[in-house]
Design a protein around this ligand. Structure first.
Ligand SMILES: Cc1cc2nc3c(=O)[nH]c(=O)nc-3n(C[C@H](O)[C@H](O)[C@H](O)COP(=O)(O)OP(=O)(O)OC[C@H]3O[C@@H](n4cnc5c(N)ncnc54)[C@H](O)[C@@H]3O)c2cc1C
Length: 384
């Protein structure tokens, strides 16, 4: 963006989910004309139980009370032979995505943004500084064209805006989770994580939504692997699923240039559409909100979007570095890792959360230098 925001500038956003709605809210409250087009019927989205760190308060600058289902005070990590219980200084929040979207839609509309549901993005063309956006009104199955100054793809993992700009798309993973009754033996304030590298490079989780229900899931390379592993895991824990939630999530890459999608620098991507996802845990809510803040800064103040994203990118790159090491971990490595976590290292992990890796990374290594050795050993083993 050059020159910054002018009073009669118009911003068109594709996708009324977390990143798109938050961006619309931030821009509209500063007086920018904003229109959001969403192909679905409403802003509730498909059901999804999300867990986020308390950093969501910092990203949003308010507490989304209406969407909070539960607060998590403990994290229990298990490998083949080790178990570790961490007490989180700032509890994680379990959020119902539909409620968060309704809240954000309400805020965006109240600030003056216009949301048009049942409108699907189909393409764009650029005429100098203007962009002509092609959409389909799905209610009457008619094409429409909208002229805009700035176009933003907030249209998720399979971003059509990104693909239309000839990007090759992001590597994707499948996230599958089942809702189950919380077993009496498990506590409603504790998230459980199981590392089983022979089944998934990531981990299995159980996130209590309340003292009655929980979400149990995993991340896998494809949906078939996800289904087979989750079915077996649920059986092994004697858990009966009553609902499934699933979708593709994009993976952040080093030196990815898909945030700015046009030479004119007035077509952008944000959130999952720009793969603003922490690939250690495949969480994209807080990072998508930060992406929306960076883009707002770029649009309003004429800043360069990649520069405004620099802090977020450093954080995402650190997560990617750790993920690349963890991808090579065996069951034995996880046993060693969990066995190492006590004393000062445990305190550091309890104090810092996964949305502030930039601040905690060096401290973790400083506190326990054997972490470097363990990581290096895993990398070396994979090369051999
Ligand atoms: C089951 C599941 C559990 C998850 N759990 C967590 C978690 O615990 N913590 C966490 O941080 N993250 C989690 N994630 C990831 C998180 O949900 C995403 O990172 C986040 O929702 C991304 O938001 P977004 O607004 O960028 O994109 P999305 O939520 O994907 O929204 C994209 C929007 O664009 C619309 N759209 C798409 N194409 C078009 C088009 N052509 N025209 C018009 N509209 C279009 C879609 O309908 C959708 O509304 C989870 C994901 C899944 C699938």
């Amino acid at each position: 963006m050059g020159g910054g925001f002018s009073r009669n500038m118009k911003v068109t956003i594709i996708g009324a989910s977390v990143s798109g709605l938050f961006l619309a809210y931030l821009l509209a409250k500063e007086g920018v004309e904003v229109e959001i087009f969403e192909k679905e019927e409403n802003a509730h989205g498909s059901l999804r139980t999300l867990i986020v760190t308390s950093k969501i308060y910092e990203a949003m600058e308010f507490i989304p009370e209406e969407s909070i289902l539960n607060k998590i005070k403990h994290l229990e990590l298990s490998s083949r032979s080790q178990t570790l219980r961490l007490e989180l200084k700032d509890p994680d929040l379990v959020i119902e995505r539909g409620r968060l979207l309704s809240l954000l839609a309400h805020l965006a509309e109240e600030a003056g943004a216009k949301i048009l549901f049942r409108h699907r993005f189909e393409g764009f063309a650029q005429f100098g500084k203007k962009t002509l956006v092609s959409l389909r009104n799905l209610k009457i199955n008619e094409p429409i064209k909208v002229s805009t100054d700035v176009l933003v793809g907030a249209d998720g993992a399979l971003s059509t805006v990104g693909r239309f700009a000839s990007l090759d798309g992001h590597p994707l993973v499948t996230l599958l989770q089942a809702r189950v009754t919380l077993p009496q033996s498990m506590s409603a304030d504790t998230t459980q994580i199981w590392f089983r590298p022979d089944q998934t490079k990531y981990f299995y989780w159980l996130i209590p939504e309340s003292d009655r229900t929980a979400a149990v899931g995993l991340i896998a390379n494809d949906s078939r692997q996800a289904e087979a592993c989750l079915t077996e895991f649920l059986q092994s824990k004697d858990l009966e699923p009553f609902e499934f939630q699933s979708a593709l999530v994009p993976m952040h890459r080093f030196r990815y240039g898909g945030d700015v999608l046009s030479e004119e620098r007035n077509v952008f991507a944000v959130g999952d559409a720009a793969a603003q996802v922490k690939v250690t845990t495949v969480g994209g809510v807080v990072t998508g909100l930060h992406g929306a803040r960076a883009l707002t800064d770029a649009i309003l103040n004429g800043r360069n979007y990649p520069k405004a994203l620099r802090k977020l990118k450093i954080e995402l790159n650190l997560h990617l570095l750790i993920r690349q090491i963890l991808n090579r971990f065996s069951g034995e490595d996880y046993d060693q890792l969990i066995g190492m976590i006590h004393g000062r290292l445990k305190e550091t992990l309890e104090e810092w959360n996964r949305d502030e890796l930039t601040q905690s990374f060096l401290r973790l290594i400083w506190t326990e230098p054997r972490l470097i050795k363990l990581g290096a050993k895993a990398l070396l083993k994979s090369f051999l």
